[in-house]
Design a binder for this molecule. Structure first.
Ligand code: BT5
Length: 261
């Protein structure tokens, strides 16, 4: 079955004036790289690509997805809150993505700390988020597998909304829903000057985060792995892990859930 293209006119109508500039291109190396190179673009500029030829993950890893099989897009924002709070942006994006996916597809989406989207049984990764910042600009990049088949997935830890039972998904409506959730979450967070507790973001994150309550092993570049039970996130959005050596706070790293979810 040929895959339908994103309908940019309908997308613009669905999201309205809150998003001043939305473009969809057929192919580009990386939507994050494109928006980072356009740092003077308006706040909330959106760029989606049907295909990325050089999609990026964290730590120089890659994101690969066949043309039109998923959503690969980036949002440029100038949040205007103290930099100290910017660590919440990837978590905020994860919450908005999970909310948009649940609302549009009914799929029970959860988050793996900090912000991988997990779906299915057993839960696997259907989306990843890469936030890159430069001066007062943050670029939020989201890659989400929608109709991707098992054969098309690049790694066996991956899945797609279709494989998790979403049925046929209207990608234009899904992208509009994620942008609407992102808009609402960003607005609340900015209104509270980046205070994730006061604006309800921290509670929403804890509710969606499947890592909290799980035994985990976390690989942190340049350090010994951290192992224990993930018991929560702190005021900065860092993961709190209780292990034999007491509580440790982890600000970045790759989490492995040691129990099948
Ligand atoms: C991420 O990194 O998961 C962040 C991915 C962000 C992609 C978006 S797409 C729009 C924007 N423009 C970009 O250039 N990037 C952003 P990380 O946690 O490091 O995970 C990367 C790892 O996920 C890879 O090493 C693979 O193992 C795996 N992976 C790659 N493609 C995948 C896919 N389609 N589905 C699931 N896993 C994938």
């Amino acid at each position: 079955m040929p895959r339908a293209a994103l309908d940019v006119e309908r997308l613009r109508e669905l999201v309205g004036r809150r998003w001043p500039r939305i473009d969809v291109v057929e192919a580009t190396p990386s939507t994050n790289a494109d928006l980072l190179a356009r740092r003077d673009a308006a706040d909330r500029t959106v760029l989606a690509a049907e295909l990325q030829t050089s999609g990026r993950g964290r730590l120089d890893r890659t994101w690969t997805s066949p043309s039109r099989a998923g959503l690969t897009f980036s949002v440029l924002t100038r949040p205007g809150v103290p930099m100290l709070q910017w660590g919440w942006i990837p978590l905020l994006a994860g919450v908005a993505l999970a909310e948009g996916v649940r609302e549009t597809t009914g799929v029970d989406a959860a988050l793996k700390w900090p912000n991988d989207l997990l779906v299915g049984d057993p839960m696997r990764k259907a989306a990843g988020i890469l936030v890159q910042s430069s001066d007062d600009v943050a670029v939020i990049g989201i890659g989400l597998n929608v109709s991707t088949t098992a054969e098309e997935l690049p790694v066996d830890t991956a899945t797609s909304l279709a494989l998790a039972g979403a049925g046929e998904v209207d990608r234009t409506a899904l992208l509009a829903a994620v942008l609407a959730r992102l808009d609402a979450r960003l607005a609340q967070w900015v209104d509270h000057n980046g205070d994730a507790t006061a604006c309800g973001l921290a509670d929403a994150y804890r509710t969606l985060c499947a890592t909290i309550g799980s035994p985990v092993r976390i690989t942190v570049t340049g350090r010994d792995p951290v192992q224990g039970d993930a018991v929560g996130v702190d005021l900065a959005g860092h993961l709190v892990v209780r292990g034999p050596a007491g509580e440790q706070i982890v600000g970045a790293g790759d989490v492995e859930h040691l129990r099948t979810l």
